[in-house]
Design a protein around this ligand. Structure first.
Ligand SMILES: *Cc1c(COP(=O)(O)O)cnc(C)c1O
Length: 405
């Protein structure tokens, strides 16, 4: 882009060949994560992609530029991240936004007043807040159903339904929805299926291959993986979606900064090894909790007693790091959370460090007691995002904390 020397040509050839290979699915996930959009700098050969902190771009003459005019519309560091994430999810483009919520809001602004959206009844807390307290005032209509049963989705679809919005697995109950089955319903009814793939990451779950029309992520979580920046992405499968979302980026401006794009580009290079370790640790911790006599119940799709274990094996390449367990009461949960030392008490998930939280008073407080009871969230539940520390240390920490109960 900057200089047309041999380096630039080599980089361009690499991009091109990687894109071709990605299309033909001949290139592995980890290789795509490390190389697509991560090509060395054409000017200097720097292995790490440059960050372009610029608001504008000098133009050669009137009507002639190098493909960039103003940084709200586009930025080279952002272009790299968008290419990378599209390649990881198997989409054609992946506009990125300032946060997961900004990405979800951008999707909703693709629709108009009078349009109806069917969504899961146990979504990430910020999503129903956006839908019920902001977007309803602009004439969008929402119906919440238990999407773990595809028939519920089919029944809720009306003449004005434009989108089905699904999160799988759900937070914190780890309930799965059958993406392929719901996508068949959506195809037949000509409704778009959008899947929030934040919990599994593209390493363990590929919603587009299962029939989703768009995939959304909070890159804040596993994609970045280091708990050092917010971000969101919408992976698209059709040209018209890309054009609309690029236009929304430019018009509404909730874009991701070049530095934050770079953080995700850097984080995503280790996504494959991180997810493998998250998954391995997750299985050990779930197994430990399932056998502990002070733990009443464990919610983890990798346990054979999970009611959707079969679907989990079919739909996901691993079971991931998210585990919820029942301690029996608020006071038990409090005692445990006060005692942990390796596990850090905090919201969020998907970082290298183990985070532990209390859904009823933290992430799901806004639902109210009645709302929580309706979907099965109790005061004794504790959620863990298992990190990639030595698993013995995480288990020893939990064992010690459980002894406080
Ligand atoms: C965190 C999260 C979001 C929101 O993302 P932000 O980056 O915090 O705005 C949406 N969906 C899921 C599943 C999440 O975990």
């Amino acid at each position: 882009m900057v200089c047309a020397g041999a380096g630039a040509r080599a980089a361009a050839t690499l991009v091109w060949s990687l894109k071709l290979m990605t299309k033909n699915d001949q290139i592995g996930f980890a290789t795509r994560a490390i190389h697509v959009g991560q090509e060395p700098d054409a000017e200097t050969g720097a292995v790490s992609p440059p960050i372009h902190p610029t608001s504008t771009y000098v133009q050669q003459e009137l009507g002639k530029n190098k493909g960039y005019e103003y940084a709200r519309t586009s930025n080279p560091t952002r272009t790299r991240l968008e290419q990378n994430l599209a390649a990881l999810e198997g989409g054609i483009a992946a506009p990125v936004f300032a946060s997961g919520m900004a990405a979800i809001n951008a999707i909703c602004t693709m629709y108009k007043s009078g349009d109806h959206i069917v969504c899961g009844h146990n979504l990430y807390g910020g999503v129903p807040r956006l839908f019920n307290q902001v977007l309803v005032d602009f004439g969008l209509e929402f119906t919440y159903v238990d999407t773990s049963e595809p028939r519920n989705v089919e029944r809720a679809i009306r003449k004005n339904t434009r989108m089905v919005y699904v999160e799988t697995p759900t937070n914190p109950l780890m309930v799965l929805s059958d993406i392929a089955a719901i996508s068949r319903v959506c195809r037949q009814k000509k409704v778009e299926l959008v899947v929030d793939n934040t919990f599994m990451s593209p390493y363990f779950q590929q919603p587009i291959a299962l029939g989703a029309d768009m995939v959304v992520h909070s890159t804040t979580k596993f994609l970045n993986g280091h708990s050092d920046g917010l971000g969101g992405v919408v992976v698209c499968t059709r040209r018209d979606q890309v054009e609309k979302l690029k236009f929304i980026q430019k018009c509404a401006g909730a874009i991701l900064s070049p530095f934050e794009c770079w953080l995700v580009l850097r984080g995503v290079k280790t996504l494959a090894v991180r997810m493998e370790q998250h998954d391995r640790n997750g299985r050990f911790v779930a197994d430990f909790l399932a056998r502990h006599k002070k733990v009443k119940k464990v919610f983890y799709p990798g346990l054979p007693e999970h009611p959707q274990y079969e679907l989990a094996q079919r739909q996901m390449g691993g079971f991931g790091a998210m585990i919820t367990f029942e301690t029996g009461s608020l006071s038990n949960a409090k005692k445990l959370l006060k005692r942990v030392r390796v596990c850090s008490l905090g919201e969020s998930l998907g970082g290298v460090e183990t985070l532990i939280s209390h859904p009823a008073t933290m992430t799901h407080a806004a639902l109210g007691e009645k709302g929580r009871r309706a979907i099965g969230i109790t005061d004794g539940m504790v959620r863990i995002s298992v990190g990639i520390e030595n698993v013995e240390d995480i288990i020893r920490d939990l064992d010690d904390a459980l002894s406080a109960i």
